[in-house]
Design a protein around this ligand. Structure first.
Ligand SMILES: Cc1cc2nc3c(=O)[nH]c(=O)nc-3n(C[C@H](O)[C@H](O)[C@H](O)COP(=O)(O)OP(=O)(O)OC[C@H]3O[C@@H](n4cnc5c(N)ncnc54)[C@H](O)[C@@H]3O)c2cc1C
Length: 472
């Protein structure tokens, strides 16, 4: 390697740990949605925290920006380099060791590059549950989950990545290691530095490991596909089910007819679980950690009451694990089906749960009036007030003309979200794709405080410059 920086990186991680050929670096430079073409100066793949620390020091001395990357499934354009060819991608993929699982403390300490599904399996091997769960879990890593404060399908009961993180290990911009790995549930010694790095999208430091909370594994699980007339009915149903079943309601996903129709069209082997096409569906999951509890009977009674009240139209209860998996398969393949359907414009928004029906009504009415034929492919984690409020190009419409309206469409949706007291990014973060809207809608005082934190922790602007906050 003739480039002195790359030679020094190779001296740290070994020749095989530095990729420079564009054929090797290209997959690391392509964002999941293919929206932001990028080029990496190199990809460096450290195998230990010490490696990361030395790599950060070397890049700091050369004043070369670092883009931390896990599974590269992020949806905000934060994990890939820009087009300048200057930025080094720091991939945590080789740091994939589970350091310890402690069934007494109910914790797991694992490195940042551990794939989420592997972390779930390691917990299960000790008869414990690591509840973070999302459709990209076969590729997404713990480091990326924490850096984006990932949410997913079990937030309703267990909270998002932040709530599951007890301790964290981070390499700072000067190469020092902040070792805040700890199984403590209670620790009020000064500012909570862990919470500063969770959700920081790689802009404040490189997460190298974390101590995570584990839970008892559900002994009985029930999965239901529920047909409804309206989103308002879904919100009402959630409240009825929580009243009847308490925290045994662990997931509550809303799916519009358009979203399901796209899955049925494009994903092989799928079928509608119900005999008739209802305008909305809910995929709900219930879990009980104490056995025997007759959870199924309790769920059936609660749903029968909801039918009686006229909230629910029809229900299919999974009667085997395979059937439950088939229901989740429908939910998890909505993003892929939407990609196959053609051009799309997406929003990852949240509002108070009670205001979801208003959001759907108000935004839908304005969009259909101003952009005739646009298809609303709405779905999301309604129990958390989080909707993936996505639009597909009108059937037979021109993709270019549709996408040219993206900024206007975002403005319409975000105005309704703001009016209802919501957030323009519920779980995917800001990255590069949402920066303009973030600056427009976020409280300027909050943005100022964030800038001060960034300057204090990363004065050189080494980590993910221009992501979340604009460059200084
Ligand atoms: C099909 C699909 C479904 C999804 N569903 C959900 C969902 O339900 N809920 C949800 O919240 N998200 C979801 N996502 C988004 C994404 O999977 C998550 O945000 C995930 O947590 C990202 O993990 P990753 O390892 O791929 O991170 P990456 O994409 O590699 O990185 C994401 C961000 O984190 C930073 N980063 C990564 N690793 C580190 C590290 N070790 N230290 C510091 N910074 C780091 C990157 O710089 C970048 O800014 C989904 C994505 C896809 C493609």
């Amino acid at each position: 390697l003739t480039d002195p920086l790359l030679a020094s990186l190779a001296a740290i991680v070994g020749d095989a740990g530095v990729l420079v050929d564009e054929r090797d670096t290209a997959p690391y430079a392509r964002d999941w949605r293919g929206r932001l073409p990028g080029r990496a100066r190199a990809v460096v793949r450290p195998a230990s925290t010490r490696h990361v620390s030395e790599v950060v020091r070397a890049c700091g001395r050369a004043n070369v920006p670092i883009v931390p990357q896990g599974g590269n499934t992020g949806l905000a354009g934060g994990s890939t380099p820009d087009a300048s060819g200057r930025e080094v991608v720091l991939s945590l993929a080789r740091m994939n060791r589970i350091r310890t699982v402690d069934p007494v403390d109910n914790t797991m300490t694992a490195e940042a590059g551990v794939i989420l599904a592997h972390a779930q399996e390691a917990a299960a091997a000790h008869d414990r549950l690591f509840p973070l769960s999302l459709a990209a879990e076969g590729s997404a890593t713990l480091g990326g989950n924490l850096a984006t404060n990932a949410g997913g399908e079990q937030v309703l009961r267990y909270g998002s990545a932040r709530a599951l993180t007890l301790g964290i290990e981070v390499v700072l911009a000067d190469g020092r290691v902040l070792d805040a790995l700890s199984p403590l549930r209670k620790d009020n010694t000064g500012y909570d530095l862990r919470d500063l790095f969770v959700g920081s999208e790689g802009t404040l430091g490189v997460i190298t490991a974390a101590t995570l909370q584990l839970f008892p594994r559900p002994r009985e699980q029930v999965t239901a596909w529920i047909g409804l007339d309206s989103a308002a009915g879904a919100v009402r149903l959630l409240s009825e089910l929580r009243a009847a079943l308490g925290e045994r309601v662990s997931a509550f996903e809303l799916i519009s007819r358009e979203a399901l129709a796209q899955v049925l069209r494009h994903v092989e082997g799928t079928r509608d679980p119900l005999a008739r096409p209802w305008p909305w569906a809910v995929l709900a999951e219930f879990g009980d950690t104490s056995a025997p509890a007759d959870l199924r009977g309790a769920v059936e009674r609660a749903l029968a009451d909801a039918i009686e009240l006229g909230i629910v139209r029809d229900v299919a209860l999974a009667s085997s694990e395979a059937q439950a998996a088939a229901l989740w398969h429908l939910r998890d393949h909505i993003p892929e089906a939407q990609t196959r359907e053609g051009a799309s414009i997406k929003h990852d928004i949240s509002v108070p749960v009670s205001r979801i029906p208003e959001l759907i009504d108000r935004a839908g009415e304005e969009l259909l009036r101003r952009f005739p034929g646009v298809r609303l492919c709405t779905f999301g984690h309604v129990g958390d007030g989080n909707l993936h409020y996505n639009l597909s190009v009108p059937a037979g419409g021109d993709a270019g003309a549709f996408l040219a309206q993206e900024d206007t469409i975002h403005a319409v949706v975000y105005a309704h979200v703001q009016a209802l007291g919501g957030s323009i990014s519920a779980e995917h973060g800001i990255g590069r794709l949402k920066q303009a809207d973030f600056l427009r809608f976020k409280d300027p005082v909050a943005v100022d405080v964030m800038r001060a934190v960034k300057r204090a922790l990363d004065p050189q602007g080494l980590f993910n410059p221009g992501r979340v906050l604009p460059r200084d």
